[in-house]
Each structure stands twice: as structure tokens, then as C-alpha cells.
Ligand binder design. Structure first.
Ligand SMILES: Cc1ncc(COP(=O)(O)O)c(C=O)c1O
Length: 427
């Protein structure tokens, strides 16, 4: 937050305002932009300083001489009004002290991992992760001497403690530290949930309260249905491309958490230039005004569609958080989540051939990867997003040939049901 925008306290009298209210104006003062009701798109690569002393002060913030980033606008690789208003609004949803926005979900994840890890360090993560995140940790960070250990989503506190102990020993052998605990919950594409509370307790028990931060990819349920900072996570990760952007028309990423964790990541973002551009930031400000409405409708639609699919004779099962079979997963859901989301796995009776026939027969739902948009999408993870995952790991993670991933949008639920019914008839 710089002097170009003016942070409004999120209260009215003594009343704490809700996120859906704050999305309309928080972080923006029209008086600073000729009275424009909506923030303009600031297409400029650099900003004029009011004095040489102000320029020096701003650079002290940029270079980390003073913590917390610049207190003024400097240069488009470091900050900008649209990005800062967006960061203020994004942080509201998770009750975070600070947020940072990035050119993609993956550039947010890559900047976070690079900021946290040095040679010899160890990352402990839950599995499965989004395939590119897993690749980045296993194949890219490993080239710089960073190792990893993983535990399955759904692991108990004792199992997580055992992996953290192993990680501590491995880091000591390599001359590094256990640098980050990285989670994804629900996991892409299986919807498996991680017990964030248990991870926090295990981290504190094994590594003490000044142990590594716990970061969690909250793309599938956030920002509406899961607030991980309330359950012991330190950093929330988003592909803003999905539900937050919500219209399948931009690519962006975000991180939210305490300034203590955000400051070093911001410094690396300044060096690397992984910040989001002003135009996409402005698009996201517009998206955030309707995120609650869109997600609520998509969630209601998904419940209706899944009720239909669950009874269909050609359906083997569903990986939908509104119909969890495993008691441990249900317990995690009850403690952490306030909604079942609109992205789920559909297991068709048969294999790849039957799944492809279903996908090719869909008329309303589009055959495309990604999720969280206004329109319904369907894809085949084993043959598409997770094609590069080795077969044994796919089998271990339950990414089977009869798994179709579906992201329900905000169309009419009965129309969607009619589309799925005719596509199943074609199988
Ligand atoms: C759970 C999850 N995390 C991260 C990403 C990466 O985000 P982006 O495509 O915006 O880089 C994705 C993309 O599908 C995802 O599903």
C-alpha cells in the first residue's frame, strides 16, 4: 500500500464489514484519481518522485533496507496502483496482513519456493500436488541442491511428524534446514484433503514455534470455502486464474500471509519481475466484486449435478466433497471447509475409451483444462494435465483412466444435468 491509494479500515462504526462489501471500494480513494468511481488502469512503467529524498526513501523499501516494501510508487516491476489495490482486497478474504500478486499461479509458487529455499534445504510437501508444482520441486529445485519428502493428503498427525523428523535429519546431513512445508488441499485432481491443523501441530512439535512456514495451495476452495490461516497455515497460495478470476480470461497468481513471510518474497519478486501486470490486476478487481456470488451459484449447481450423477448406472463413483465416504476425510472437511466447491472427479464405468466418449459427447460443458470459470469444463487428467506423471505415481494417487475432472460453472443446473445425461447415454 502506497500513498497513491488510501487504505480504509474494514469497519463501519464498530461493525466489521464483510469481504463481499469490501470488494467494492477497499483500498481505493477516488479523490486520488480525478474522482473516477472505479480505479483507472495505470499503464505506466515508471512513476515520478515528488523529490530526490522521496526517491531515496522509496528505494530503501524496495531494496529491503527498510522492511515492508516501498511506501511510494517506483517502477512497474516493483509495484503499481492496480496491483496494490488488488493485494489489499485479496488479503481481506484470508484475514491476511499482506498479499502479493503474480503473473501466474506457477510464478507465485516458484517465487515462494525460491525465496524460502537455499542449497541443502529440504521441502516437505503433501501429495498429490498440481503437476507443475510437483515438477518444479522435484526436477527444478533439485538442480540447486534442494531435496523433498512427501506425505499423502489425509495423513495423520503421527505420520506427518514422522516425515518432518526425517526431513530434519536429511536437512542436517545436507547442511541445510527444513525450509518449507507445502500443502495443496483439496489436491488437484483427486480432491483429497490435508489436515492443516494436524500439520501445524506436527510442525510445532518437531521443529518448535520458529520452524518453517506452512504454505497451502487453496485454489480449489478459496477464497470462499476455506480460510487456511485460521487453521494453522502461514501462507495461502492461489492460482487466481481459477475461481477468483472466474471468467477463464486471464492468468494470475497470489500469495497471502503475515508481512514477515511476504517481505522476502516481495524482495525476490522485485528482482525477478514476476509481478502481475496492471491490466490483469484491474480485471481481477472486477472479478472480486462477484466472486462470492459466482462461487455460491457454482457450488449450488455442483450439488444438484452430483446428486444426479451419483445415481446414474454408468457412474462408478464421485470424488465430490459434498459426498465424502472416508470418515477421516469427512472429519477434515467438517473442521476446515464451509462448502464443497464445484470441482470434482467423476469416475465413469470403464476406462479411457468410455471417458473419451463421454467427453466428446458433451454439448454444453467445454472440453478444456482449468477450473473455476463461469462455464462448465471437463477434462481427463491422466491424458492431459497429469500426462507427465509416471504411471506408478498416477496409480498411487488414484489418477485413473476412468477419471474425468469436472468444474461446474454458473449455467442453469437442469441444463447441465441434461447435457451430462445425454453424454452418459453416448458411453
Ligand atoms: C491447484 C493449482 N495450483 C496451481 C496452478 C497453477 O496456476 P496457473 O495456471 O495460474 O499458473 C493450478 C493450475 O491449474 C492449479 O490447479
Amino acid at each position: 500500500m502506497t500513498d497513491r491509494t488510501k487504505r480504509q479500515p474494514p469497519t463501519l462504526g464498530g461493525r466489521q464489514l464483510k469481504p463481499s462489501t469490501l470488494m467494492m471500494g477497499h483500498g481505493y480513494d477516488p479523490r486520488l484519481s480525478e474522482g473516477a468511481l472505479k480505479p483507472p488502469i495505470f499503464l505506466t512503467s515508471t512513476f515520478a518522485f515528488e523529490s530526490a529524498a522521496a526517491g531515496k526513501r522509496h528505494f530503501e523499501g524496495i531494496t529491503g533496507k527498510r522492511p515492508g516494501g516501498a511506501d511510494g510508487l517506483v517502477y512497474g516491476r516493483f509495484n503499481g496502483p492496480d496491483q496494490e489495490i488488488l493485494e489489499d482486497r485479496l488479503s481481506i478474504w484470508d484475514g491476511a496482513e499482506d498479499s502479493l500478486v503474480f503473473s501466474s499461479g506457477m510464478s507465485a509458487i516458484a517465487t515462494l519456493l525460491l525465496a524460502q529455499c537455499s542449497q541443502g534445504d529440504v521441502v516437505v510437501h503433501s501429495g498429490p500436488l498440481y503437476a507443475a508444482t510437483e515438477t518444479y520441486i522435484a526436477k527444478v529445485l533439485s538442480r540447486f541442491g534442494v531435496s523433498y519428502l512427501d506425505f499423502p493428503a489425509g495423513a495423520s498427525r503421527a505420520e506427518i511428524e514422522a516425515i518432518l523428523e526425517q526431513g530434519k535429519v536429511l536437512a542436517a546431513q545436507k547442511g541445510g534446514k527444513l525450509a518449507l512445508v507445502y500443502l495443496e488441499s483439496p489436491a488437484n485432481p483427486t480432491n483429497a484433503l490435508v489436515d492443516i491443523e494436524a500439520v501445524g501441530q506436527a510442525r510445532d512439535a518437531v521443529l518448535g514455534t520458529d520452524g518453517p512456514p506452512i504454505a497451502i495451495d487453496n485454489t480449489f476452495l478459496g477464497p470462499l470455502w476455506q480460510q487456511p490461516l485460521l487453521h494453522g497455515a502461514d501462507i495461502v497460495v492461489y492460482s487466481l486464474t481459477k475461481y477468483v478470476g472466474g471468467h477463464s480470461d486471464l492468468v494470475a497468481g497470489g500469495l497471502s500471509g503475515a508481512k514477515r513471510w511476504m517481505d522476502p518474497i516481495r524482495s525476490l519478486r522485485n528482482v525477478m519481475g514476476t509481478i502481475l501486470d496492471p491490466y490483469s490486476s484491474w480485471m481481477l478487481l472486477r472479478s472480486l466484486e462477484t466472486v462470492e456470488l459466482r462461487m455460491t451459484r457454482a457450488g449450488e449447481n455442483a450439488a444438484k449435478v452430483c446428486a444426479f450423477l451419483a445415481e446414474h448406472p454408468k457412474v462408478e463413483g464421485l470424488g465430490y466433497l459434498g459426498m465424502i465416504a472416508d470418515p477421516r476425510q469427512q472429519d477434515i472437511f467438517d473442521r476446515h471447509c464451509s462448502g464443497a466447491g464445484s470441482t470434482f472427479s467423476l469416475f465413469i464405468k470403464g476406462g479411457e475409451a468410455e471417458s473419451f466418449r463421454f467427453l466428446d459427447a458433451l454439448r454444453l460443458a467445454k472440453l478444456a483444462v482449468s477450473l473455476g470459470g463461469t462455464e462448465t469444463l471437463a477434462s481427463h487428467p491422466a491424458a492431459m494435465t497429469h500426462l507427465s506423471v509416471p504411471d506408478e505415481r498416477k496409480a498411487l494417487l488414484g489418477i485413473t483412466d476412468n477419471l474425468v475432472r469436472i468444474s461446474i460453472g454458473i449455467e442453469d443446473a437442469d441444463d447441465l444435468i441434461a447435457d451430462f445425461a445425454q453424454a452418459l447415454d453416448a458411453v
